[in-house]
Design a protein around this ligand. Structure first.
Ligand code: IPE
Ligand code: IPE
Ligand code: MG
Length: 247
């Protein structure tokens, strides 16, 4: 199906507020094309741009892309360094256009392991978009769900030293405010490409009731059509949140 045929099938009044995407399969895509892995990652960044464009067209609220995990450091040095360089270059290159489109760019992830100079530069680049009011584009970079939860616990511990009563009142809502996604709704839909059926440490706390959509499409081949297919599939789901099936 093409874009024009799919679009009318989407109910614009029932879009997910927040979609998380595990962009997987760049390496396999590169292999298929007899090219180095970084070539696959570069092709992946073009797919990312397509999905962001659709997000703006549909007026989605929040999109979170998994760009680099706390476990991805275990890859070969050349790939890791290539990914870090690519991420920064992409951000610098795209920020002007993202800003023009009223997009808020946030970088979610841990500061550990990252060179402070590199991180300061990323933050500075992203910060020009922080007053915008359109789509929030979260880039999960050096992100790990367990790390995020542990860092939240550490921050809560520090606050509790000054204010021990807060521990008695600690609930899910308060806890969520200590996560990188503070103030944002939980994802309604998580998409993973390349057929792998796991979360790989992505949004562990936030995905408690997310619908999961898995496609065999490798990330560099994912575009607006595939995103529309995922959203249409999402709208066919019956979400119960532990309650009873609606009559
Ligand atoms: C996803 O593609 C991108 C990152 C993890 C940075 P992969 O690099 O994991 O691609 P495959 O899984 O090896 O095909
Ligand atoms: C998940 O993909 C991380 C990102 C997409 C950034 P991986 O390729 O690293 O995950 P595993 O190793 O297959 O679980
Ligand atoms: Mg992978």
């Amino acid at each position: 199906m093409n874009y024009q045929d799919l679009l009318p099938q989407l109910d614009l009044s029932r879009l997910p507020r927040h979609v998380g995407i595990i962009m997987d399969g760049n390496g396999r895509w590169a292999k298929l094309h007899h090219r180095p892995r970084l070539y696959g990652h570069r092709a992946g960044s073009r797919a990312l741009r397509q999905v962001v464009e659709l997000g703006v067209e549909l007026k989605l609220g929040f999109l979170t892309f998994y760009t680099f995990s706390t476990e991805n450091w275990s890859r070969e040095q050349a790939e890791v360094q290539g990914l870090l360089r690519m991420f920064k270059e992409l951000l610098i290159k795209e920020i002007g256009e993202l800003h023009r489109q009223n997009i808020v760019v946030r970088i979610l992830g841990s500061e550990t392991e990252l060179d402070p100079k590199y991180l300061t530069e990323l933050r500075k680049v992203a910060s020009v978009s922080h007053q915008n009011t359109g789509l929030t584009l979260n880039l999960a970079f050096n992100y790990g769900g367990r790390r995020e939860i542990l860092e939240a616990v550490q921050k809560i511990g520090r606050d509790a030293l000054r204010n021990p009563e807060m521990l008695d009142k600690l609930d899910s809502e308060t806890f969520s405010r200590y996560l990188y996604t503070s103030g944002q709704p939980d994802p309604d839909l998580i998409i993973r490409t390349s057929g792998e059926r796991r979360l790989s440490n992505f949004l562990l706390w936030q995905s408690a009731y997310a619908e999961i959509y898995i496609t065999d499409t490798l990330w560099p081949d994912f575009g607006k059509v595939e995103m529309l297919e995922a959203l249409i599939d999402f709208q066919s789901r019956q979400r119960r949140f532990g309650g009873r099936k609606p009559k």
